[in-house]
Design a protein around this ligand. Structure first.
Ligand code: BGC
Length: 738
């Protein structure tokens, strides 16, 4: 993967053109470039055309009609004085027409090729309508499943998120942003949005600087190293300063420390909302704060358009600052090649590719499903042994709900549902008996339970499709209770009472509480929202055409009270031990105060998560052995080579994700109990053994230490390899001072 160069001849030529253009621009034209305006879907109003012709708009968002986009570009290029083309932005999050799994599902593949392909195909479909900029990837570290936007994230881990961020940025942007079919990426939301208190969207985030640097920022650094052209500020405030006016984030970290040369866009009206936060008293102050802090472009609100000129006259913002903001935006336009090719061929939608795109979406969906339970190996189901199947639930045959959040342009007609796919797979060899049972996942009516029970009675096996509709996750859709909504658990109990084998397939935008459900079912396949090809992908997995290979990118709690629960937590001074057990019922009445167990645990729930990060079953079994390191001591600046043997000891060909974790035993700041440092996904035939190697340099072990400086410290490390974050195959090594 080639990272876009910053000091090439080409970029020097771009800088020269920017300088020349800036010299020609009036203040009004400069301020115009900073303005990102929402379109009125498919309509070109007179004022919009006029403002563009006056050179007072830098970009539009949410226009997807190629003719309209071309007309707007034509106004910008041919009617405005300097002919500067427009940025055309859209939330292309996990697909455009062809919908891939939600990002949390993409992350469950642990396969960077999949987000890369998703990015490439989405970019190709979106660019055919004139879109040249996507507001993705969303790379907020998400440790709270109550937060609806966890669906849009790659989960809880900085390393995994960073690897996938790089891949999808490359998918969107390619080697050269100006190539046909490439669009500019926007890493969002900078920064700390995922730490919103109580998982409530837009809520305050308080993240100590050390945690910010070690956990929340690394994925952004990875996205910028991959050349991400832009970044969006977060709605949230961070340690008292909203991200949209946060100089520490936008100037010190982004520009000074990381030398980011792209542009910063605010989130939707986030600049005008600075006064709602209580940081400013007026729109004018908000414009002043945001511009001076480093926000280059304003999304939708108009504080820059209305006030920057006055702020300039009053000396509250400098000419130099405004020129820098404009340059950052122009740079992206030049890199996109918009000055040379502002228009989109109206015939550029490549219909020949639709089969290939659906195949890619199917493949992504297959790899994104995580098998959580498989009692007595009930899965895969055998086509030959079944004469009837009950397919039950509100998500079995819903072409819209399987797509997930943020699918504005998704083509619902392309969706293939599980019911359709199961019927197609069984052909005439078994009866497929379907009952929706609940109008929605939130339904509280038992009206159709009777029919569901009858449907199950006449079938050999039950496949239940439950979970959450798309609208229950995503922006502004946080939940305080993350159990299965409505009376789904009652439906499960009612069906379980019939004693038939039950396979539960969950579609959802977040980890749900499954403690109750799992007691009543034989298998759980967690499919997230799998997208257009949900049906064929799930059918393939259920019937063993493919083995599940997804692994969790986020920890599943047993109860809401455990949140936040994540694998890379700190040890504390009194970590839980084997003796730290649930004992609320054993405490005698009138017991005197005592420090029960003296350790960090809840009295009323097992200390472990329901399913840990990195977990996921397969139809095969894998054994790890012969873990060896080429050195047990390395000097600063050196690398260690780690080797392990992986054997497929089961009976079918399957893929396994080998995960490498380390623990830095002593640090100048406390270190997590485990940290993911590498992973590899490999397909093995039954009986096959592969040797897997990782190379870990001391730089890979660097972290922000005391005083928040990046350091690699000498000392001892534990290292684990396995198929889950709770693996116990361990080795040790030491970094010694040179
Ligand atoms: C969201 C962003 C999104 C923007 C534009 C905002 O409400 O927070 O993630 O890109 O809208 O649609």
């Amino acid at each position: 993967m080639e990272i876009l160069g910053k000091t090439t001849k080409h970029s020097r030529a771009i800088e020269k053109r920017i300088e020349e253009l800036i010299q020609e621009m009036t203040v009004a034209e400069k301020i115009g470039q900073l303005s990102l305006v929402n379109s009125i879907y498919g309509k070109i109003t007179k004022p919009l055309r006029q403002t563009i012709a006056e050179g007072k708009i830098g970009g539009i968002l949410n226009e997807v009609d190629v003719n309209v986009v071309n007309e707007l570009q034509q106004t910008a290029v041919e009617e405005s004085r300097l002919g500067i083309p427009l940025l055309v932005g859209r939330d292309v999050i996990h697909g455009f027409k062809t919908i891939f799994p939600i990002p949390l599902g993409l992350a469950s593949t642990w396969n960077p090729e999949i987000p890369e392909r998703c990015g490439r195909i989405s970019a190709s479909e979106a660019s055919a309508t004139g879109i040249n900029w996507t507001f993705a990837p969303m790379i907020d570290i998400s440790r709270d499943p109550r937060w609806g936007r966890i669906a849009e994230s790659f989960g809880e881990d900085p390393y995994l998120t960073g690897v996938l961020a790089k891949a999808i940025v490359y998918g969107f942007q390619g080697d050269d942003l100006s190539s046909p079919g490439c669009i500019a990426a926007c890493a969002k939301h900078f920064a700390g949005y995922g730490a919103c208190e109580s998982g409530k969207d837009y809520n305050t985030a308080n993240i100590p600087e050390n945690e910010l640097r070690n956990v929340y920022l690394p994925p952004f650094k990875a996205a910028f190293d991959a050349g991400a052209a832009s970044v969006m500020t977060s709605f949230s405030d961070l340690d008292g300063i909203p991200a949209t006016a946060n100089e520490f984030l936008l100037k010190q970290i982004l520009r000074q420390e990381w030398q980011f040369d792209g542009f910063v866009v605010s989130d939707w009206e986030a600049i005008s909302q600075l006064s709602v936060h209580g940081l400013t008293a007026s729109d004018k102050d908000s414009a002043c704060e945001a511009a001076n802090a480093g926000v280059d472009m304003e999304m939708v609100s108009r504080t820059y358009a209305d006030h920057l000129a006055d702020l300039l006259i009053e000396g509250k913002i400098s000419q130099d600052r405004i020129d820098t903001m404009v340059s950052n935006i122009l740079r992206a336009k030049f890199k996109l090649g918009l000055f040379d090719r502002p228009y989109t061929e109206t015939s550029s939608v490549n219909t020949d590719k639709s089969h290939e795109y659906l195949e890619a979406a199917r493949c992504a969906a297959v790899q994104s499903c995580v098998l959580l339970e498989n009692k007595h190996n009930i899965l895969p189901l055998s086509k030959d042994k079944l004469s009837s199947i009950a397919v039950i639930g509100p998500l079995a045959d819903d072409r819209y709900e399987q797509l997930g959040t943020w699918i504005f342009d998704g083509d619902i007609e392309l969706s293939q549902t599980p019911l359709q796919a199961i019927k197609a797979f069984m052909k005439k060899s078994a009866e497929v008996n379907y009952c929706r049972a609940m109008a929605t996942t939130r339904s509280r009516s038992r009206e159709d339970f009777g029919e569901a029970v009858e449907t199950v009675r006449k079938s050999d096996v039950v496949i239940l499709f439950l979970g959450e509709e798309s609208i229950l996750s995503g922006e502004a859709h946080s939940r305080a209770d993350i159990s299965l909504p409505g009376i789904q658990n009652e439906l499960i109990e009612e069906i379980a009472a019939l004693g038939k084998p039950i396979v539960l397939v969950i579609m959802a935008g977040r980890p749900l509480l499954l403690e109750k459900a799992r007691k009543n079912v034989d298998a759980i396949l967690y499919a997230w929202h799998p997208g257009t090809m949900a049906g064929p992908a799930i059918a393939e997995l259920l019937f063993g055409i493919a083995s599940p290979s997804g692994k969790l990118p986020v920890t599943f709690p047993r109860a809401v009270g455990q949140i936040p629960i994540y694998y890379n937590h700190k040890n504390t001074g009194r970590p839980a031990t084997a003796g730290s057990v649930t004992n609320i019922d054993d405490i005698e009445a009138g017991a005197p105060q005592h420090s029960s167990g003296d350790t960090s645990f809840h009295l009323d729930i097992d200390n472990s998560p329901l399913y840990p990060f990195g977990y996921g079953l397969s139809y095969s079994e894998f054994k790890y052995s012969n873990l060896r390191l080429d050195h047990d001591k390395i000097k600063l600046g050196e690398s260690i080579r780690i080797e392990v043997e992986l054997t497929n000891t089961g009976e079918c060909e399957a893929e396994e994700v080998t995960q490498l974790y380390v623990r830095d035993l002593v640090g100048s700041v406390t270190r997590p109990v485990r940290e993911l440092k590498g992973f590899k996904k490999l397909r093995l035939r039954p009986g096959e053994t592969a040797s897997i190697t990782f190379e870990l340099s001391t730089d890979d072990l660097a972290f922000y230490g005391r005083n928040n400086k990046l350091v690699t410290e000498a000392g001892r490390f534990h290292l684990w390899i396995g198929g889950c974050s709770d693996t116990d195959l361990r080795a040790e090594f030491e970094i010694i001072e040179s």
